[in-house]
Design a protein around this ligand. Structure first.
Ligand SMILES: Nc1nc2c(ncn2[C@@H]2O[C@H](COP(=O)(O)OP(=O)(O)OP(=O)(O)O)[C@@H](O)[C@H]2O)c(=O)[nH]1
Ligand SMILES: [Mg+2]
Length: 440
């Protein structure tokens, strides 16, 4: 939650965006998204203000927006009795300080708002640590700004002020806080490493045992709804940005007796604070290690193309192998202009059109996933002792056994599985023999 200044109700916000170029043309849509972020943080937007810039150098260094605009903003705050101003643009600590003086209430930027939402949503120890780490990294360079009133006191009073090397109380406080923060950062990093080591062991035990599919995409695209539709997972889905912060993995049984593991993960958003990407890097990278990725896209969203670009650039930054991506054009039930589907299909290599709510297109999605799965499979004949119950059960539950036969002493079956899965099957029955067959 945004820090509450009115204890009785939600935060009352004025949202501000300073734009130029292409962003200016879609300023209202950009502020719509900021408004959704405000409501995801539990706040309420009362008014919005747009500042048009002719280019990216025309921002006013002290207040980002122009002097007249800043004064008008102060009037808006007063008239609406707002208690917070939220900028869509990234502000420097000095700009925040000056703006707060002009408008007379708290001022935050988009990054801080997103960090706030993440903090309020984090449920597991892992995501809590990741968010705190990101928040501290965001705060540390801003400490000087926070203690400016003490610095001024120090400078103003002849005794504490004075020459170089004589530290005022403000600076001392900053020193103490910096030390506390860096100590805490060390502890959090160590804790996160322990959590990740444990998770690695869990993931390693899954890898090779199952074919893993990951859901990625812009926030609110419908990832959790699709997970629920495919696996009856009961994941939390809501018309809310960043509904999901924690990875959820469920078994997905496909036609033909093939089972996979399907994982939901945190969504992306335009200008995701880089401290968050850094903190969530291993969670995200883990999601990307899946054998196949479903990039869920809200095809009904007016800014679908720029959402697509955002996701592509984050995937790129995380070093994702794009060849294992299937693009899932979701919310087709809400698409009013069918042309957008053609535009998206032309732009993206492997697409399937679905509605995670009505179930339309789900069969086609399963077919495409199975096709990709089969491409990664090798055909084997397995010959195992009759006593290999565990292996037989595993093969039937997960691998789509083509034909099997019980002889006097052995069980023989033919199946197509990804190579890595053979390792898992060998561990279930070391006496089993695996003969590679030519593909049918
Ligand atoms: N009409 C329609 N609504 C959908 C569809 N898929 C998802 N939604 C709605 O879109 C909203 C967001 O869905 P989620 O599944 O929570 O989205 P998400 O991608 O998991 O979002 P985050 O966890 O915030 O990243 C919910 O209100 C869903 O009911 C669809 O195919 N059609
Ligand atoms: Mg979700």
């Amino acid at each position: 939650m945004i820090e509450q200044t009115n204890k009785t109700g939600p935060d009352l916000a004025i949202i501000v965006g300073g734009y130029h170029g292409r962003d200016l043309a879609i300023a209202d849509l950009l502020l719509d998204e900021l408004e959704s972020l405000v409501s995801a943080a539990g706040g309420q937007t009362l008014a919005r203000l747009i500042q048009r810039f002719s280019d990216n150098r025309s921002m006013r260094p002290s207040t980002y927006i122009g002097k007249g605009k800043a004064e008008f903003l102060a009037e808006l705050v007063e008239a609406n009795e707002a208690n917070i101003v939220i900028f869509d643009n990234e502000l420097s600590p000095a700009q925040v300080r000056t703006l707060e003086e002009v408008v007379g209430c708290r001022v935050i930027d988009r990054s801080e708002l997103i960090l706030d939402i993440f903090a309020s949503r984090a449920r597991t120890r892992e995501s809590r640590v990741q968010v705190e780490l990101a928040q501290l990294q965001y705060t540390a360079p801003r400490l000087k700004g926070m203690w400016s009133h003490l610095e001024r006191q120090a400078g103003g009073s002849g005794s504490a002020g004075g020459g170089m090397g004589l530290r005022g109380p403000g600076e001392k406080q900053i020193e103490i806080d910096r030390r506390l923060i860096s100590k805490r950062l060390v502890r959090l990093r160590a804790e996160l490493e322990t959590i990740h080591k444990r998770r690695r062991r869990e993931v390693n035990s899954r890898v090779g045992k199952h074919y893993c599919v990951g859901l990625v995409g812009y926030t609110n695209a419908g990832k959790s709804t699709l997970l629920n539709q495919l696996t009856s997972a009961n994941a939390y889905s809501a018309d809310q940005l960043f509904a999901t912060l924690d990875t959820k993995t469920r078994r997905w049984a496909l036609p033909g007796g093939i089972a996979m593991m399907l994982s939901d993960t945190v969504g992306f958003v335009r200008n995701l604070p880089h401290q968050l990407v850094a903190s969530f890097r291993s969670t995200l990278q883990e999601a990307l290690e899946a054998d196949l990725l479903l990039h869920v896209i809200d095809a009904s969203h007016p800014e679908v193309l720029s959402q697509l670009e955002t996701v592509e650039s984050v995937l790129d930054e995380l070093g994702c192998d794009l060849s294992k991506l299937i693009c899932v054009l979701n919310k087709v039930d809400l698409v009013k202009d069918p042309d957008i589907i053609s535009v998206l299909r032309a732009r993206l290599p492997d697409t399937v059109v679905i509605s995670a709510v009505t179930g339309e297109g789900i069969d086609a999605l399963c077919d495409l996933v199975l096709l990709r799965y089969r491409e990664s499979c090798t055909r084997f004949r397995v010959i195992a002792p009759l006593s290999s119950g565990k292996l037989q059960a595993f093969a039937r539950a997960n691998c789509g056994v083509d034909c099997e036969d019980y002889g006097e002493e052995s069980w023989t079956a033919e199946l197509s599985v990804p190579e890595a899965m053979v390792t898992r099957m060998r561990s279930l029955c070391p006496d089993a023999r695996f003969e590679r067959l030519s593909p049918v």
